[in-house]
Design a protein around this ligand. Structure first.
Ligand SMILES: [Fe+2]
Length: 228
């Protein structure tokens, strides 16, 4: 009996373990409770955005690993810089996974948001004249993106700050034509799924309120790493 149970367990492991091992990309939990960004971003939006939309990008990206052996062992960030070697599904879902993982970290609950560091503020002043002017350009990128996409503050290869935007789930790390390349230090999701439940068609109101939840501590750290 014991031997029979052991062989059943071994057979189950043989079936299940490869399936588990195949999940190269994983969905991390939100770094804070889903209601931690209220009233600016509501709990239900966060739950659906993370638990359904982001989860789907992860699952769909994992489904592509069997089509592309070259994906194995590639980190999520390294994949972005080599995205042109893959298909549309890897581009959309690989970008979707990277962008959302970053997006969650770039927001924080009250009391944990900090403010721009002296070094970041100096770089913002040098590039845009003032923090307010940078925000204006960022807002214009977010509002001017027709359809779905993202607004970005990046550190360019010559270590300067720039505001840019991308369509769909593209991002500034991707080796694609038409993309302004750089290290993202701030990102805003302007897909309707990011705001429609609370803000409906009022993207401008979402963008204005989103600034209240920006995690400047994370932006500062990413800026410091990018200009090293
Ligand atoms: Fe999104």
């Amino acid at each position: 009996m014991k031997r029979a149970l052991l062989s059943v367990a071994a057979a189950l492991a043989a079936v299940c373990l490869p399936a588990l091992a195949a999940a190269q990309f994983t969905l991390a939990p939100l770094p804070y409770p889903a209601d931690a960004l209220e009233p600016h971003i509501d709990r239900l939006t966060m739950e659906i955005h993370h638990g359904r939309h982001h989860a789907a990008y992860v699952n769909n990206l994992n489904a592509q690993t069997k089509n592309f052996p070259d994906l194995a062992g590639l980190s999520l960030e390294a994949l972005q810089g080599r995205i042109s070697a893959f298909n549309e599904a890897v581009r959309n879902n690989g970008g979707g996974h990277y962008n959302h993982e970053l997006f969650w970290k770039l927001m924080a609950p009250e009391g944990q948001r900090g403010k721009p560091s002296a070094a970041l503020e100096a770089a913002i002043n040098a590039a845009f004249g003032s923090l307010e002017e940078m925000r204006k350009r960022f807002d214009a990128a977010a509002l001017g993106r027709f359809g779905s996409g993202w607004a970005w503050l990046i550190v360019t290869p010559d270590k300067k700050l720039a505001v840019t935007s991308t369509p769909n789930q593209d991002n500034p790390l991707m080796d694609l034509p038409g993309i302004q390349r750089g290290a993202p230090i701030l990102a805003l999701d302007v897909w309707e799924h990011a705001y429609y439940l609370k803000y409906q068609n009022k993207r401008a109101e979402y963008v204005t309120n989103w600034w209240n939840v920006v995690n400047w501590n994370e932006v500062n750290a990413r800026f410091a790493a990018a200009v090293k």
